[in-house]
Design a protein around this ligand. Sequence first.
Ligand SMILES: Nc1ncnc2c1ncn2[C@@H]1O[C@H](COP(=O)(O)OP(=O)(O)O)[C@@H](O)[C@H]1O
Ligand SMILES: [Mg+2]
Length: 245
Amino acid sequence: MSKIIAVTSGKGGTGKSTVCAGLGYTLAKQGHRTLLIELDFGLRCLDIMFGVEDSIKYDLGDVLNGRQDVLKAVAQVPMASNLNILCAPKTLTSVSAEQIVEICRSVKKYFEYIIIDTGAGINSHVFDIVEQANLILVVSTPDPVCIRDASLMSDEFYNRGNKSQRLIINKISKKFIGEALIANLDEIIDKVGVQLIGVIPDDFKMTIATGKGTPIPTDSSALKAFDAISKRLGGEFVPLTVKTS
Ligand SMILES: Nc1ncnc2c1ncn2[C@@H]1O[C@H](COP(=O)(O)OP(=O)(O)O)[C@@H](O)[C@H]1O
Ligand SMILES: [Mg+2]
């Protein structure tokens, strides 16, 4: 049985797609068969992030319209053989929560993790889809607007009865977090009101790798953070270390 994880945030640009790419990559490198499903209709990016822009033949739109089976529409990522991606359609396509649930149901025996990038804009469809996940990862940066939006979003999930949420604080840098590092991280966690699963540094090496579609370098601090979160997802205890530059 695969674990379905929805990656979401209140605000755009917080790093949802980067988190999906980083977790997908590290889970796959740890030996877990992983599928990333991109729900960012019209704004696909996972193909670029994994350097497969020119080789994507099918996308989620083909599956939703019944033109292709899910397993044939997914693309295997050359840089991580356990990782497959199902890219968002290039145009707006209507989707229901039931359709996404059905897609996950039909492939869950093939993947240990199915990670859903909920994309920009929160509408009721996204809430319905996210509610079907086993775990919701709420992504926030240290930006106060982002923190407030993450908190509102998380409250809505709680109100709908979904308590299985964890917080990822992304783009941590000395610029945002000064001397009182831990106190400020605590402040973010308190304000969002969700238990922390990991902290990702603002790492230019990650931006370059996802922008060029090249593997994340092994000395990337963001890669180390993603590796730790991926292990925590599997129940492993990995102490929290925060490296900022
Ligand atoms: N930890 C990080 N370190 C450096 N750059 C990051 C990090 N996370 C995200 N970014 C950059 O921030 C921008 C927005 O990230 P993205 O993942 O596309 O956000 P979203 O999917 O939430 O809109 C991208 O340019 C991405 O490379
Ligand atoms: Mg995105």
